[in-house]
Design a protein around this ligand. Sequence first.
Ligand code: SF4
Length: 217
Amino acid sequence: MLDEKATAQALAVMATKFPKVGSSLVADSDFHFLLAVILSAQTTDAAVNRVTPALFAAYPQPENLMQAQPIEVEKYISTLGLYHNKARYLVACARDLVNNFASQVPRNHRDLQSLAGVGRKTADVVLAERFHIPALAVDTHVERVSKRLAMVAMDASVLQTEKVLMTKIPKKEWIHAHHLFITWGRQVCTARNPACANCPLLTMCQEGHRRMNGVNI
Ligand code: SF4
């Protein structure tokens, strides 16, 4: 397993290749960013960004959205996966914000996760991106890359992955590391065809060596 020092070295290599990383979700307020993160489940940020301008214009504040019927919201997001459920979550989330938080997006895990449609990962992303509160959201890219690089055991759960990474990466680096993992996972260490032959992390990556030797895991 990669220790803290090797993990830092791997992240430094990623940062050298991708010096500018960050969230690609576009939103003009905390409320709209929260909606965008809820919509991003099991779909790409680019797909979310295509539908959100019209959605945000139709529902500028939680008070507007809480009064909508989910079927009205579906019209704006029907190109996204799971849009029936997501429309229901958005309306319910807006209602929770108005009723429980004076229409403001809360700034802690517990309150965020009390909102409809908001789980730990969504809360982590909102805390990190909107409020700069250290968090290390584990999505499919973070999980895949950290496991392939043996920073985390292959059989670790999502929560275990988050906990282990938080011990191996300094707190002030969590948000940046999250973005590096995602970018690496999208551009280099993709799910089906990781670019191991040209990967600058190959020398420290057992999974890469296995793949180069023709043994896919
Ligand atoms: Fe991913 Fe391959 Fe690079 Fe390892 S060597 S990090 S498996 S692309």
